[in-house]
Design a protein around this ligand. Structure first.
Ligand SMILES: Cc1cc2nc3c(=O)[nH]c(=O)nc-3n(C[C@H](O)[C@H](O)[C@H](O)COP(=O)(O)O)c2cc1C
Length: 252
């Protein structure tokens, strides 16, 4: 979709359940009419600021929320310009085959708190902002760890060293271990939040949960980084990070 070349002020839609809380960023102002197009694929998803109590968070119609004040003319223009919005997405298989070619660091995302302790292997981790330091991680919505991530409201990202394939498989559920039992393997410590941090991690980010949003099959968790651990670089620049590429482990 080509957005108009006029100035686009990116502001934030509010969670409809509470005023004054930041939820979904959508273009507004000169580009307000496009909010519906951008929001459309997210219809039916749940999204809220983490400061809402988990029990209060329900799915809502973002398209309706963002277009509620649009004029009929705005909506008609959005529909005319919606050619791409009408097209079906690529198949899941085609997408997985393509995205498998993207090399990614292998992480274990952990969370500990009143809801218990758990962790999962994840490549869907990304830097979002450096001021304030913010990261995102994506967790399959079918995982029981979603409840835990939301209730604990904190998590840690641990980038694995190249020799941690066994640990990666354990936290990917490939050995049949679940929740706390996975932590019987590995040498763990904590930083600020109490979420488990792997002592041998290449780097670790200890986060307070900022917000989360369902997007298709996964929930995206945004975290504000409170503390970090960074292993000193290898003096001869040797490979030290476990990566995943083309459905195989590798080193970088
Ligand atoms: C290399 C690798 C990367 C993975 N990346 C993710 C990911 O980013 N998000 C995700 O939800 N699952 C990912 N998985 C799968 C989860 O690790 C796996 O489903 C795990 O068992 C989830 O925990 P659970 O069994 O407690 O739900 C990945 C698995 C592997 C082997």
């Amino acid at each position: 979709m080509q957005l108009p070349s006029t100035d686009i002020a990116v502001t934030y839609a509010q969670c409809p359940k509470k005023s004054g809380q930041i939820s979904n960023p959508v273009p507004e102002g000169p580009c307000k009419k496009f909010a519906g197009l951008i929001a459309a694929p997210r219809m039916g998803s749940a999204s809220c600021d983490v400061r809402d109590k988990p029990s209060e968070i329900k799915g809502f119609d973002l398209q309706e929320a963002t277009m509620a004040n649009d004029s009929t003319a705005d909506r008609d223009l959005a529909r005319q310009s919606g050619t791409l919005a009408d097209l079906p997405p690529a198949t899941g298989e085609a997408f997985r085959d393509a995205i498998a070619r993207l090399p990614s660091g292998v992480n274990i995302v952990t969370s500990a708190g009143s809801a218990g302790k758990a962790g999962f292997t994840a490549t869907a981790v990304a830097s979002v902002s450096d001021d304030p330091p913010t990261v995102l991680v994506c967790l399959n919505r079918k995982s029981p760890q979603n409840k835990l991530m939301r209730e604990n409201a904190q998590f840690a990202v641990n980038l694995l060293p190249k020799d941690a394939v066994t640990l990666a498989n354990i936290f990917a559920g490939r050995t049949g271990l679940h929740l706390e039992d996975r932590f019987k393997h590995g040498d763990w410590t904590t930083l600020t939040t109490g979420s488990p941090v792997l002592k041998g991690a290449v780097m670790a980010l200890d986060c307070r949960l900022l917000s989360f949003e369902d997007v298709g099959s996964h929930t995206v968790y945004f975290g504000t980084v409170l503390a970090t651990l960074t292993k000193p670089r290898h003096p001869e620049g040797a490979k030290e990070v476990l990566i995943y590429h083309d459905r195989h482990y590798g080193e970088a």
